[in-house]
Design a protein around this ligand. Structure first.
Ligand SMILES: Nc1ncnc2c1ncn2[C@@H]1O[C@H](COP(=O)(O)OP(=O)(O)OP(=O)(O)O)[C@@H](O)[C@H]1O
Length: 505
């Protein structure tokens, strides 16, 4: 057998007291797709950052094609043929695709003969790997699926033989994700090696050849994908059996807590984002909104939570008209909101965990309600949240940015859920969250339902919608196109989501 594309021997990395990577041994064979899975905070991103030269290992060896190397920065990684597609893209939005691909290569001269040569090379790569994008399109105007393709092209343009993808499907629609997998299969067929970090075990089963499992900084197992299954992988990740679908009893809906009446939203350019949306959520039920992202779900959450005012219609809370109240007043009316995008709307990443726990609730009586914050109270509440939601590490002073993605999500969820709201809006509650934490979050949402809360759930994960909801509303093109039972076949709901079928357009 040829040398592994990448081999790690005894790699260690600590951040202060946190041992993010402990004595890691890993072999990645050439021309394979190798999955890396593990709980939130297990150390996956840290390990990949070491490979990409973003962090330096404290000790251990890295071998590329059998030769020991030092990867001091990302230029060195690129020089060794290692490319990375980041979770949050590193593209220059006002620039075109071609300019982004050329940027930083050979002095970055964007004009002249170099540009013509680059255009020809870009075209060749697009054709070879079926990665089609208009080279003259402005990157900021492309949908995320295409922006991701630009990131991949950029890595290939730099000669990447090994591509690292960190949770690449988190931001993609199911169609875009399928397309990405076809691209990855094509790259493998052409001899490239791919390292894929994902929380979605279904993706691991569908696309990888080998999968390695990390737990608490260690590499605990490697399996040939064909010889394992989701149950075993989930157990290896978490160290215990995991319920991939939490049991829930029948709902006992009570009074209407949230009513959305004929809500419409037209943006400044006159584009209709929501058209005549009406539904109710009762105490003690979870109503799920299924839909391909970008079909009005985000705008609907923004209107109900008070971030945007509707152009038409009313939002009623417990029978009272709450239309147009700002988010602070909505919170005072016992409505809580877990926003879809924790980076943009849920957290201030440069603030510490404890400051984030208070975000939006600074005026709450438990923090002193006056000009001075009761720091001791804030600290003990933060510690409580961290314990209840198993936030790791349970350090109230750590900046939000330094928690792993899943742990950031737990901090936002804890803040909103522990306020004991009557109505809870939850957007993508388990995006980037590991299977063990998904189980915990799902149990918590069901317990809240059973305690009489009215819950509106928006998720692009159809599995999640079906597992949690008592009723499912399907959104397409800014409208509710039908209501189905959560037990309806996936294909039927999928067709409605794509606008092909539906009963009440
Ligand atoms: N720059 C940093 N400073 C301090 N601690 C850090 C830093 N980066 C990562 N950590 C810590 O190192 C550990 C491993 O984090 P890492 O991001 O590698 O986990 P992960 O497996 O990628 O998690 P997730 O699946 O949630 O993205 C975590 O405890 C995290 O809080």
């Amino acid at each position: 057998m040829s040398q592994p594309a990448i081999e790690l021997v005894g790699v260690e990395k600590s951040f202060g007291p946190v041992r993010a990577n402990r004595d890691i041994h890993l072999k990645v064979e050439k021309g394979t797709i190798h999955g890396i899975i593990g709980e939130n905070g297990a150390g996956k991103s840290t390990l990949m950052s070491i490979l990409y030269g973003f962090y330096q290992a404290d000790s251990g060896q890295i071998l590329v094609n059998g030769r020991e190397v030092k990867i001091r920065d990302s230029q060195a990684a690129i020089g060794l043929g290692i490319g990375m597609v980041h979770q949050h893209f590193m593209l220059v939005e006002p620039f075109t695709v071609l300019e982004n691909v050329m940027l930083g290569v050979e002095g970055g001269a964007l004009l002249g003969p170099g540009r013509r040569a680059a255009r020809a090379e870009l075209r060749r790569l697009e054709e070879e790997y079926d990665l089609r994008v208009d080279p003259d399109a402005v990157v900021g105007e492309l949908p995320v699926g295409l922006q991701q393709r630009v990131e991949i092209l950029k890595a290939l343009y730099r000669g990447a033989e090994v591509l690292i993808l960190d949770e690449p499907t988190g931001v993609l629609t199911p169609d875009e994700a399928d397309h990405l997998f076809r691209i990855l299969a094509r790259l493998r067929a052409e001899g490239k090696t791919i390292l894929l970090i994902t929380h979605k075990l279904r993706e691991i089963m569908a696309i990888t050849d080998t999968v390695s499992v990390m737990r608490q900084g260690e590499m605990v197992a490697s399996r040939r994908t064909a010889e394992t299954g989701v149950e075993e992988l989930a157990e290896l990740m978490v160290g215990r059996r995991v319920l991939l679908r939490v049991e829930k009893g029948a709902a006992a809906p009570g009074a209407v807590r949230l009513a959305v009446e004929d809500v419409g939203l037209v943006d400044a350019r006159g584009v209709s984002l929501l058209g005549s949306v009406s539904f109710e959520v009762r105490a003690g039920e979870i109503v799920g909104i299924a839909g391909v992202s970008g079909n009005g779900q985000s705008e609907l959450l923004e209107v109900i939570s008070g971030i945007r005012s509707p152009t038409r219609g009313r939002v009623m809370l417990a029978g009272a008209d709450a239309t147009g109240r700002d988010p602070a007043r909505m919170r005072d009316s016992r409505l809580a909101h877990v926003p879809e995008d924790r980076h943009r709307a849920g957290l201030v990443t440069r603030f510490e965990a404890r400051e984030n726990v208070m975000l939006g609730y600074q005026r709450a009586p438990e923090y002193g309600a006056g000009a001075l914050i009761d720091r001791a109270a804030l600290l003990s509440i933060t510690r409580q949240h961290m314990e209840d939601f198993d936030v790791r590490p349970p350090d109230p002073y750590l900046k939000a940015a330094n928690f792993s993605g899943g742990n950031q999500q737990k901090i936002v969820l804890a803040r909103e859920i522990e306020r004991d709201p009557d109505v809870l809006l939850v957007g993508q509650p388990t995006r980037g969250v590991d299977v063990g934490a998904i189980e915990a979050i799902h149990r918590r949402l069901i317990a809240l339902r059973d305690a009489g809360k009215a819950i509106l759930l928006v998720s692009v994960e159809l599995d999640e919608i079906r597992a949690l909801s008592d009723r499912v509303l399907v959104m397409c093109g800014g409208a509710i196109v039908g209501e189905v039972s959560p037990d309806a076949p996936e294909g039927e709901i999928g067709l409605m989501m794509s606008g092909v079928a539906g009963d009440a357009a």
